[in-house]
Design a protein around this ligand. Sequence first.
Ligand code: KIV
Ligand code: NA
Length: 266
Amino acid sequence: MPDVTLTTLQELKLKGEKIAMLTAYDATFAQAACQAGVDVLLVGDSLGMVLQGHDSTLPVTMADMAYHTAAVKRGNRGALIISDLPFMAYANLEQTFANCAALMQAGAHMVKLEGAAWLAEPIRQLAERGVPVCAHLGLTPQAVNILGGYKVQGRQEAQARQLRADAMALEQAGAAMLLLECVPSELAAEITQSVKIPVIGIGAGSATDGQVLVLHDMLGLSLTGRTPKFVKNFMEGQTSIQAALAAYVNAVKNVSFPATEHGFSA
Ligand code: KIV
Ligand code: NA
């Protein structure tokens, strides 16, 4: 078992202490993040963009995710490891079970699935089989071709209502955690208060139970030259990667990150 478990995260939520989560794709950065105090390491399919240079996460395979999960596991020093199921790797239940097994056996303690209320059935069945699930709602990058770009979600009232309902349905189904990406700060705050499970935000304001950023983004590295509004470069004012990682954890814990300017209005 890692030092940080689902129970730890639920206690942090109850105490109102923020959860610091960061993506990691290899052993060295996993260890550095742990030494900086990161609670949760996310082996994100963002690796398709930041490691592989693709323009979306769609080309990422199960083999890629298992490889990077195994590397992160070797560098992990007590954090909870969450791994993404990549695009179309959870299109039916049988495939979902096999692919979750592969990631859990590679070292994940939880898996993350992008979607909405339709995830209720897989979440229920995975929980019954011992696999905790983080449901990723709001901007779901694997659906970029449906969404028509990487846009803020839940700005219209009907969309916001749907998102609130989805969050509650997935908690009811047995989701262990929720992740909200690019939703108005006020809506993210409402959802966080309406569920008992921890809610992690990225581009979702400061009221969620924790924050996540992509490692490369917070180190000020960008392939495209475009940085999303919700990103802060934590290398600024620091002289080492270790110091930048520690500054990120500190800023999340003392709620100085994200600032208002990193969030979205309705
Ligand atoms: O793949 C990833 O890094 C993610 C985070 C941006 C939440 O899903
Ligand atoms: Na992802």
